[in-house]
Design a protein around this ligand. Sequence first.
Ligand SMILES: Cc1cc2nc3c(=O)[nH]c(=O)nc-3n(C[C@H](O)[C@H](O)[C@H](O)COP(=O)(O)O)c2cc1C
Length: 312
Amino acid sequence: MNTSIDFCGAKFPNPTVLASGILGVIGDSLKNVAEIGAGGVTSKSVWLERHEGHKNPTMMGSEHFYINAVGLPDGGIDKAREELGKYLEWKNSQPEGKRVPLIGNIVAGTIADFENIAGQMAEIGPDIIEVNISCPNVEDEFGRPFACVTADAAEVTRIVKSVSKNIPVAIKLSPNVANIGEIAAACEKQGADAITAVNTFGPGMVIDIDTAEPILANKVGGVSGPGIKPLAVKRVWDVAQAVSIPVIGMGGVLTGRDVIEFMMAGASLVGIGAGVFYRGSEIFSDVMLEVEEWMKENGVKDLSEVIGKAVK
Ligand SMILES: Cc1cc2nc3c(=O)[nH]c(=O)nc-3n(C[C@H](O)[C@H](O)[C@H](O)COP(=O)(O)O)c2cc1C
């Protein structure tokens, strides 16, 4: 049975990927997730300079959804160079087939900063650069995420591609638009090597009825977790129909069946974010056991056969 996936020139031992912002803070935590069984690991979004996040409380989970407004706190690119460098050193010391690829996620508030940070991330040398233009809690200079305007998403792609050297670039899109397929196609036209879909939905709000106050200090946050899964699957399906570059799909994945579902919608790799809070970091190995069980039951020998099966 083969569960490895070739994606943008890198070999992922399996399609599960640690989504950005979850456990991906320091080299050792990325390494732990890789050792547990993730097929790929994504760093949290890295800024050029140190970036303060929002005040606590920044997250809350329930049975059906997860809401967060961490506000992308980060130590800046110099700190990331150290931590991602540690991870890459460990990864490269592993035998072939056990080298879990690193996706370096970047974020910025202006096009000029995207150019600067992408160039510096390229020097660190992750397997893929993922460009976060879609955080609902962080806006560009005009007060909206770049991913919500086709021309802005295309321009960020163009500038990042101009400095990313030979490292493939995935653009991470927002689900909070009416035309995600059109936006993905515009990024592809500017040279994007892959699309990541999707970031959190929202903004959303949860109110504590005992105090009549929003629970998050930021009042609003991005919504992820199991409740958004059908919405995310539809966005991935829309993107897969609109582009011919590969897709990293995510949004509410908790089980092996969810992984298969996203792959059938057109994802080659499948991110797990909030799922780590529901099933612990063992979710990566547990989910792959479930995927293998499904493959056995359904006579699937090579998992990549499943990609896009529901996209007509
Ligand atoms: C606590 C938390 C922090 C996140 N931080 C980031 C981040 O730094 N950069 C980013 O691109 N996405 C971030 N995300 C979005 C996730 O990577 C993912 O796109 C989204 O949560 C949907 O997947 P899920 O339902 O599996 O969580 C974050 C999500 C959560 C829950």
